[in-house]
Write a protein that binds this ligand. Structure first.
Ligand SMILES: [Fe+2]
Length: 238
């Protein structure tokens, strides 16, 4: 990694560290967590079973290498959301949807292993945690927001619920959408939004772009049905 790229990456990482981690210190005399085995045993176990990864990365279609289109940031972005793979709190009302994808570099046509994503959205009723100026959220409470680091294959995945539509102006509604801010060292940061095929407001929205509309599929699981959508992101060189 070039020194300048490394600096950018560290700056991106510092955003996470700056939000309160410095005040977290264990009490004196804290014991190390007890092991239930050894790394050698674990390595032998993995070698004996097989070389499968612990989680299966789905085989996804490689997207066309066209730079992902940008979209408005909107008024509800907040810095410093926690790193987690679930956007919503437990048992958040709404229809569960999982979004998966990879972040790609348009020049190398390869996944970017150091990309980070910032995700934010409305709840099922179309509300953001900071849309009421009279009742702003506490600085450390991030409702329906998260950040994610992609894995070594550029892959990301998060679970959330279908965001609700919300009114802007007297007779205009925004279709259901999820906001993204994507950054990777050496590439132009991208602010964009993901939309869903079939939303009745898609045809009337003045911000939507056709290339940002995905068509999730329904998946049946033991816990009920959920939707699965793919949204790959292709970044341009800085
Ligand atoms: Fe929005």
């Amino acid at each position: 990694m070039k020194p300048s790229n490394r600096r950018n990456f560290l700056q991106l990482g510092a955003v996470g560290l700056a939000s309160g981690a410095a005040s977290l210190v264990l009490p004196k005399g804290t014991q190390a967590t007890e092991p239930s085995g050894t790394i050698d045993e674990y390595t032998r176990f993995i070698a004996k079973t097989d070389a499968r990864p612990l989680t299966e990365i789905p085989a996804m279609k490689r997207p066309p290498m066209i730079a992902t289109e940008d979209n408005i940031l909107g008024p509800y972005y907040r810095k410093g959301a926690p790193f987690r793979g679930k956007v919503t709190p437990p048992r958040e009302p709404g229809d569960v949807i999982v979004i998966q994808g990879r972040v790609w570099g348009i020049d190398s046509r390869a996944p970017l292993a150091n990309a980070r994503l910032d995700i934010w959205q409305a709840n099922a009723a179309g509300r953001y945690d900071n849309d009421d100026a009279k009742n702003p959220p506490a600085a450390n409470v991030f409702y329906n927001r998260c950040r994610l680091a992609v894995d070594e294959t550029g892959y990301y995945e998060f679970e959330t619920i279908r965001p609700g539509r919300y009114q802007i102006g007297t007779d205009r509604w925004r279709p259901s959408h999820i906001h993204y801010l994507i950054a990777a060292p050496g590439y132009k940061p991208l602010v964009t939004q993901l939309y869903f095929k079939g939303d009745p407001e898609n045809g009337r929205d003045s911000f939507i772009k056709k290339s940002l509309i995905i068509e999730p599929t329904k998946i049946a699981s033991a816990g009920g049905t959920y939707e699965l959508g793919q949204f790959d992101i292709v970044l341009e060189r800085a």
